[in-house]
Write a protein that binds this ligand. Structure first.
Ligand SMILES: [Zn+2]
Length: 415
């Protein structure tokens, strides 16, 4: 169903240039740019409870938390030098209050892209969140449900500039690294993302094994194995049992200019016999009900809420790195199944698939999500308790990343 048009749900999507030629944009129901649509009726008085930002000099993500669904619209103002005002993006949120602490505490950044993020009461019924930019930029705004949050992604330039020189070796190598990198200048940045954590257990197996624990163990093994050669700068979105929102995982990766993002999950199904390994890339829709249910579960939302995501995942989100992501996903899945099969012959591959996973939305690098067997399947759950099975999964991911790196695909990275 990828590419399916017409089912535009409760999520609005705007993308504009602040430059002289306003604007490349999509908006709900084809309404004109001059009047961005109110996208969802507020059902109750809600509150802007937090504003979060991740930023470097070429990228910023701002998340505005309202918990309950709210009506909102985004717009821009060009710089007004006569009044000392920079270019601004502002989000008006109707029918909402705002926590006093946020009202009086702008987030100051001043890093060449973002000056600050501030919020105020525009009128009795509207909260306005203003993003003061240091320079005109391309941006996009979308909302994610459960809990409701409005996400603003800002690109410092239309084209992503080349990376600055890497830090000297003495800074790049952890003091206790067992195998320091011989040539740290060329280390590839990889983000390993163990799913779930903290209050979010993920799926739970018939004997109580928790997805969040298994994927953390796998993630640590991947980091350990991948770090050995010194070719890779391996990071993790979490290295302990903590909850990290999905949009933050993507933001951490973009901010860190990571070149490869691998999210690790374990599948589950109402069909207790379902088993096997799949690796996913981002797409607007899913090819079947099971994949849609899986994405909804991983996103922490009901299936019906996923309708809106078709709208926010456009070609800009999936296109740039899509081919590389597809290639990496296939390589990962093949290698994982091969490695696990040496211990457990007959391990099943369900192949490469596509589905709308929030954690992949807005990722600016090659990005895949592994569903490493089914925790709901008693036999596979038992294997997931076996460290050698987890080693096999990690070995497969590591082999795929190394293969992917060695075959020059990374040379074409946007970063
Ligand atoms: Zn999961």
């Amino acid at each position: 169903m990828e590419g399916e048009a017409g089912e535009r749900g409760d999520v609005t999507f705007l993308r504009r240039h602040l430059g002289a030629t306003i604007a490349v944009f999509l908006c709900a129901a084809g309404l004109p740019l001059v009047a961005p649509p109110a996208v969802a009726a507020a059902t109750a008085v809600s509150q802007v409870s937090d504003i979060r930002a991740w930023t470097n000099e070429i990228y910023t993500r701002v998340a505005i938390d309202t918990r309950d669904e709210v009506s909102w619209q985004a717009n821009t103002l060009r710089a007004d030098p006569s009044h000392g005002l920079p270019p601004r993006i502002f989000i008006d949120i109707q029918g909402a209050g705002i926590r006093d602490e946020i009202l009086h505490k702008p987030i100051e950044v001043r890093n060449g892209l973002l000056r600050q993020v501030r919020a105020g009461r525009f009128d009795s019924d509207t909260v306005r969140v203003v993003i003061d930019l240091e320079r005109e930029s391309t941006y996009r705004v979308f909302a994610l449900p459960g809990p409701f949050r409005i996400i603003v992604d800002i690109d410092g330039e239309g084209e992503i500039p080349a990376l600055p020189a890497p830090p000297p070796a003495s800074l790049a190598i952890p003091p206790n690294a067992a195998h320091p990198a011989p040539v740290p200048m060329s280390r590839v940045r990889v983000m390993i993302d163990p799913g779930h954590g903290g209050k979010d257990s993920g799926a739970i197996g018939p004997t109580g094994l928790k997805e969040k624990d298994v994927v953390l163990a796998i993630g640590r093994k991947i980091r350990e194995k991948l770090s050995r050669s010194g070719e890779f700068d391996v990071r993790m979105t979490r290295d302990e049992d903590v909850f990290i929102p999905l949009e933050e995982r993507t933001a951490m990766s973009n901010k860190g200019r990571v070149e490869l993002f691998v999210s690790i999950h374990i599948n589950a199904s109402r069909n207790r016999k379902a088993g096997g390994y799949t690796t996913y890339v981002l797409s607007r829709g899913a090819s079947n009900r099971e994949d849609l249910e899986l994405a909804a579960r991983e996103n922490g939302v009901p299936v019906r809420k996923l309708q809106g995501v078709k709208f926010i995942i456009d070609d800009m989100f999936t296109g740039a790195r899509k081919n590389e992501s597809l290639r990496l996903a296939k390589t990962v899945n093949d290698a994982v199944v091969r490695h696990v099969s040496t211990r457990y012959p007959g391990t099943q591959s369900l192949g490469l698939k596509q589905a709308p996973f929030y954690v992949l939305v807005g990722a600016r690098m090659t990005a895949v999500l592994v569903e490493a067997s089914f925790i709901s399947n008693a036999r596979e759950e038992a294997r997931l308790r076996d460290p050698s099975c987890l080693d096999g999964i990690a070995d497969g991911v590591v082999e795929a990343i190394r293969y992917y790196g060695q075959n020059g695909i990374l040379a074409h990275s946007d970063f």
